[in-house]
Design a protein around this ligand. Structure first.
Ligand SMILES: Nc1nc2c(ncn2[C@@H]2O[C@H](COP(=O)(O)OP(=O)(O)OP(=O)(O)O)[C@@H](O)[C@H]2O)c(=O)[nH]1
Ligand SMILES: [Mg+2]
Length: 566
């Protein structure tokens, strides 16, 4: 018979004990179901002698593939100890654990043991107490993987060891692999677990979580679960506590998550540690945003900018990244420049970064020449938080032909490349009055730095505009902090031209929001891009800004002094 593999706390075992364990691991169990009671009796005697739990992994033919000594939690990758490696693992395998505990609750799979056991994907897990109960038998319970249960397992039977040894495996095994109603095929949509650190402000944390969920959906993935921890004394190695990460590992398996996304930027070491502890690819919010940009980039300039940002972000992180950079199956973080290329040659990447930087400079110069050609026509940029309604406003103002509309949809970062349109203003004089309006890429809190740097060429449209219309989604409960974030980002980009706040989406906002913004920005323009309300007021205001005197056709641009914000 094929000899089973012994692993775990085997160092320092007396040779006689070693032999006994080996003999036990060579005993055959009934095929497909059940277990050999005599082997398990002997196993429990050794548990009491060793003062260590012992675990058998039995295949569908009843052969023991591994005897693990000590807690399962001591192995990050129990599967890798199996002869033939993790790929050999099949369904219909059984896990049998002889435990040291005495109380009935000790039979419940718990903590890291439960997580590691789920990794094995066994059909059943028979757990029994090594110490006989007062009646003489061993208390035992049979567990099956259950994605719906918090522990990842549900109890299929409880009884004495003898009873459960004879019991065939329940036919309705809820295997974690079986497609349930909530399960999407993994290759169709990435399933994401969100790992979050919350602050003292509960409302703020809720909104941050909602925003992160929106980003995940924007990337085309499905947020399936989240784990949050109150921010305390951060552990520099992992940011989250070990207990929380154990919970995250369990949640990831319960929900069949294929990716974990954190709301905090991770150092390469932290990312690697998290991957090891959760045993799932881990990515931070910045990388997620970069991925959304990579998906949206349509123009040549947009693609160059995204590639540059991704390379700048990844270069310092190449070393030490494990699972997430070696994913071959597609999904978040694998779009844009190829990962194998990234791994191949750091110097080539640095050269590519230089090359991209030069190309973008050339593009910037080209754009500047184009802008010069528009000289004399006032330029207005629509800026604001992502999803505020900038593109909708551009369409409402300038687009009479439905075929020429820019994309406006309920997605974060729907717009990536700036679009400029001509807007004819109310003509009170004979001379035509036109301004150029540019729809720009949206902003977000804590925009990844490499992205901001790479998008300088696009953001120049904003810097070079004569006037900024700062679009706010007044229906978003978080509008105030979004407005602040945009103001700060504009300050950081040295955009010092006039900023006029435009309160959009008034058709669906709370009356209190209108009151609140009135106190904050008394001269705000209210409108609804969707309903078309307030557009006339905005046009009139623009006309007044650029043509002080309605009879003077000379436009009022940044080259001449602008009045103070008012
Ligand atoms: N009810 C209502 N919905 C609006 C209004 N303006 C925009 N929306 C909706 O808000 C969502 C986002 O609109 P967009 O115009 O794409 O927003 P954006 O600021 O361009 O977003 P990004 O390009 O992703 O930064 C879309 O679903 C719009 O239909 C409005 O005035 N009222
Ligand atoms: Mg847009």
């Amino acid at each position: 018979m094929k000899q089973a593999h012994l692993a775990g706390r085997t160092n320092g075992l007396r040779p006689s004990l070693h032999r006994q364990l080996e003999r036990l691991s060579q005993r055959r169990h009934p095929g497909l179901s059940g277990a050999d009671p005599l082997t398990l009796e002997r196993l429990s005697e050794l548990v009491l002698e060793f003062k260590q739990p012992l675990h058998l992994i039995v295949d569908e033919r009843g052969l023991c593939r591994l005897l693990w000594v000590g807690p399962l939690s001591e192995s990050d990758q129990l599967r890798s100890h199996l002869p033939g490696g993790p790929r050999r693992i099949k369904r219909r395998w059984r896990l049998i654990s002889s435990l040291q505990g005495k109380a009935g609750t000790d039979l419940k799979p718990d903590g890291r043991d439960a997580v590691v056991a789920l990794d094995l994907k066994p059909d059943t897990w028979l757990r029994f107490q090594a110490s006989p109960s007062t009646g003489g038998g061993h208390l035992a319970s049979l567990w099956q993987p259950d994605p719906g249960d918090r522990s990842g397992w549900h109890q299929a039977a409880l009884g004495t060891l003898k009873e459960l040894c004879d019991r065939p495996a329940p036919a309705t095994a809820k295997d974690l692999d079986s497609p349930g109603p909530t399960t999407a095929p993994a290759d169709v949509q990435e399933r994401v677990l969100l790992l979050i650190l919350t602050g003292a402000d509960a409302q703020r944390s809720e909104r941050d979580l909602a925003e992160l969920e929106g980003l995940v959906r924007s990337a085309g993935a499905l947020p399936v679960a989240f784990c949050r921890q109150r921010q305390g004394q951060p552990n520099p190695q992992t940011l989250w506590g070990t207990g929380k990460l154990q919970e995250a590992a369990l949640e990831a398996r319960r929900h069949q998550a294929t990716l974990v996304i954190t709301d905090r930027e991770l150092s390469p070491v932290q990312a690697r540690n998290l991957e090891l502890l959760i045993d799932c690819p881990v990515m931070d919010r910045s990388e997620l945003i970069l991925d959304i940009f990579a998906q949206r980039a349509a123009s040549a300039a947009g693609r160059l900018q995204v590639e540059l940002a991704q390379l700048r972000y990844r270069l310092p992180r190449l070393k030490g990244r494990g699972l997430s950079l070696s994913r071959q199956g597609g999904g978040i973080g694998t779009r844009g420049p190829g990962e194998t290329q990234l791994e191949k040659d750091r110097r080539a990447i640095s050269r590519r970064i230089e090359h991209l930087g030069r190309s973008l400079l050339q593009l910037g110069a080209h754009r500047a020449r184009l802008r010069d050609r528009r000289d004399g026509v006032p330029r207005v940029a629509l800026v604001g938080y992502t999803n505020a309604g900038k593109s909708s406003l551009l369409n409402a103002l300038c687009c009479r032909n439905p075929g020429l509309e820019v994309l406006a949809e309920n997605k974060l970062f729907a717009t990536l490349d700036p679009t400029t349109r001509r807007l004819s203003l109310p003509q009170t004089s004979a001379a035509p009055k036109e301004v150029l309006i540019t729809d720009t890429v949206g902003f977000i809190r804590e925009l990844p730095k490499p992205l901001l740097e790479a998008f300088r060429a696009t953001l120049e449209e904003t810097r070079e505009a004569d006037l900024l219309l700062l679009v706010v989604d007044l229906a978003d409960p978080d509008w105030q902090s979004q407005l602040e974030a945009v103001q700060q980002l504009l300050d950081g980009l040295s955009c010092d031209q006039l900023r006029k706040v435009v309160a959009n989406q008034i058709d669906r906002c709370e009356a209190s929001a209108i009151e609140a913004i009135r106190t904050l920005e008394p001269d705000v323009i209210y409108l609804s891009a969707r309903e078309g309300t307030g557009l006339k007021g905005l046009r009139n205001w623009l006309e007044k800004q650029f043509w002080d005197d309605a009879t003077t056709p000379e436009p009022f641009t940044q080259q001449t002094a602008l009045p103070d914000h008012g």
